[in-house]
Write a protein that binds this ligand. Structure first.
Ligand code: SF4
Length: 272
């Protein structure tokens, strides 16, 4: 199916940080929609998707004049108090269209000029390496949180066939680390992984966030149940990995390699 790209003029870019993101004053989404189209993406169940024609993953709205609007909003928000930003909660800021459109880059440029207290960049895309120059200018006010749900690329292909390969994400983490950009790995949602996962992460990060469908989909697992993600595990013969305690398999393996204070569970791992 052909992807539909539309240019839209947003009224605002900053949204109030609520619920899972209550540790942030704001969330920021450079796009609406996401062509990674992960099978388990809970945004499929949210109004942004349900009130729009088209299958989640096959459309993206590109926010026009985003930097100008954001510059003014950021200034206003900072005049009212401390601003901490989660980018992004319902899209990937480095999905493929960003390569040409550079909306995310333009927002980073605004933040370099007028830094928020803290910015978390949540992505699974190696494209973020393009913006290392800007990320470095934000110094310790930024953290890149790279989603790496598993070290098994066969699982990545099964659950998220349009998302970047795991190896490319690990290579990007190494690049970010070598450049001096603060990073973490976000194992979310926990997908079936190998016993060597922690060893592969050890040279790359010193901060790990683990989250799953039951703690992290914003509805205690209901949105994921509605998506019938359990049937994907049943088809694999891996139902033990679709369980509220499955994250402990990964947690215990990480604990054997990383100090406990470097491992964060669910919401704690996303906080500033
Ligand atoms: S990358 Fe994130 S926002 Fe995009 S489809 Fe996957 S889970 Fe959803």
């Amino acid at each position: 199916m052909k992807t539909e790209y539309l240019y839209k003029q947003p009224k605002t870019l900053l949204n109030k940080g609520t619920g899972f993101l209550s540790g942030y004053s704001h969330s920021l989404n450079p796009y609406t929609g996401c062509t990674f189209g992960c099978s388990y993406c809970y945004v499929r169940q949210m109004p942004v998707s349900t009130f729009r024609d088209g299958v989640w993953g096959n459309w993206v709205d590109i926010k026009q004049d985003a930097a100008e609007i954001f510059r003014k909003e950021l200034k206003r928000a900072k005049a009212k108090g401390e601003v901490s930003i989660f980018m992004s909660s319902s899209t990937d800021p480095y999905q493929p269209i960003e390569h040409n459109e550079m909306v995310t880059r333009s927002l980073l440029e605004v933040m370099v000029e007028d830094p928020p207290e803290f910015l978390l960049v949540q992505t699974r895309s190696p494209l973020i390496r393009r913006d290392i120059d800007l990320l470095l200018l934000l110094k310790d006010r930024v953290r890149v949180s790279m989603t790496v749900e598993t070290d098994r690329d066969d699982m990545r292909k099964y659950f998220t066939p349009h998302a970047p390969p795991i190896q490319a994400r690990l290579a990007t983490l190494l690049l970010l680390k070598e450049a001096g950009v603060p990073t973490q790995v976000t194992i979310a949602p926990v997908l079936p992984s190998t016993e060597n996962f922690a060893d592969k992460l050890l040279p790359l990060v010193n901060r790990i966030c683990i989250d799953d469908y039951f703690m992290g989909d914003g509805s205690g697992g209901k949105r994921t149940r509605n998506l019938k993600i359990d049937s994907l595990y049943t088809a694999l013969g891996m139902k033990e990995w679709y369980h509220p305690s499955a994250y402990k398999i990964v947690y215990d393996r990480m604990k054997q390699v990383f100090p406990e204070d470097q491992i964060y569970i669910s919401k704690k791992g996303f906080e500033p």
